[in-house]
Design a protein around this ligand. Structure first.
Ligand code: SAM
Length: 263
């Protein structure tokens, strides 16, 4: 029987969580920033609630926006399991300020775009609009945080489309074995890295089901992200090189930008 789009989206969302079974290590940073700012908190590209749920469990009001209803379903289920409330809104983060329930729950003391999600906005104009949306939704004195991978030229030139085995895991939700393969290539003209993720799952010795997902990540430089923030009227508070907010330096493969709305 053919798989419906909805089943496919649910499987991909479940496998997103399996992929992140090894936590990136960013939740403590957001908890510390939230303790400083208080809520309400807006997470754009909230995904399956990996960050939003701990923030809500710490007592903050959290609003999450995402394009993908399957990811929002998982965020809602995660919140229910933890006994906390999230306000989850389906929509494009670029247009967050014009989503009525997002505006109604604001303005926000903290706005977050975590874990490379800014790169999923595939154009420079869209990325600029994302920072503008954050700035527009913050209270004076509120913080915007954007966390992104910084690829070096050597990283990018190594992305030649070759397929590599990423991991083999057992999904605790289904008990099935899952193998993840990854292929990436870089288009230097459009500054796009196209990622193809292939997940194969099944019982040992049994038939496997394959789920494929492909998406572009528009690479952003430090200067670009800083200019998006300052054009949006934000003041740069910190350019962190990792989740402990150590200063960004030439060896950093990640930028955690913390910017403040004046006032
Ligand atoms: C890498 S996941 C991050 C999820 C979550 N913030 C985390 O750290 O686990 C990226 C999420 O961004 C969402 N997304 C991508 N483009 C978006 C857009 N333009 N507007 C809203 N959500 C978007 C995807 O659906 C996905 O859930």
């Amino acid at each position: 029987m053919a798989t419906t789009d909805r089943e496919r989206a649910a499987a991909i969302a479940r496998l997103y969580d399996l992929d992140l079974a090894e936590e990136p290590g960013d939740v403590e940073l957001y908890l510390a920033l939230a303790q400083r700012t208080g809520g309400p908190i807006l997470e754009l590209a909230v995904g399956s609630g990996r960050i939003a749920v701990p923030l809500a469990a710490a007592g903050h009001r959290v609003v999450g926006v995402d394009l993908d209803p399957a990811m929002l379903d998982r965020a809602g289920a995660r919140a229910a399991r933890e006994g906390v409330r999230l306000e989850l809104i389906e929509g494009d983060l670029i247009a967050a300020a014009s989503l009525a329930p997002v505006a109604a729950a604001g303005p926000y003391n903290l706005a977050i775009i975590a874990l490379n999600s800014i790169l999923l906005v595939p154009t420079a104009d869209g990325q600029r609009a994302a920072l503008a949306a954050m700035a527009g939704l913050l209270v004076p004195g509120g913080l915007a945080v954007v966390d992104t991978w910084l690829a070096t030229p050597a990283d990018l030139s190594a992305l030649d489309g070759r397929l590599s085995l990423e991991w083999l895991r057992t999904d605790p939700e289904t008990g099935r074995e899952v193998t993840k393969y990854l292929s990436a290539w870089h288009d230097p003209v459009r500054r796009l890295v196209t990622l193809t993720q292939i997940f194969e799952e099944g019982d040992p010795g049994g038939p496997t089901v394959r789920w494929t997902r492909q998406y572009p990540m528009r690479q952003v430089t430090v200067d670009e992200l800083v200019s998006y923030a300052t054009e949006a009227g934000l003041e740069i508070e910190r350019l962190g090189g990792d989740y402990d907010l150590r200063p960004l330096d030439a060896a950093s493969d990640r930028l955690v930008l913390v910017a403040r709305k004046p006032g």
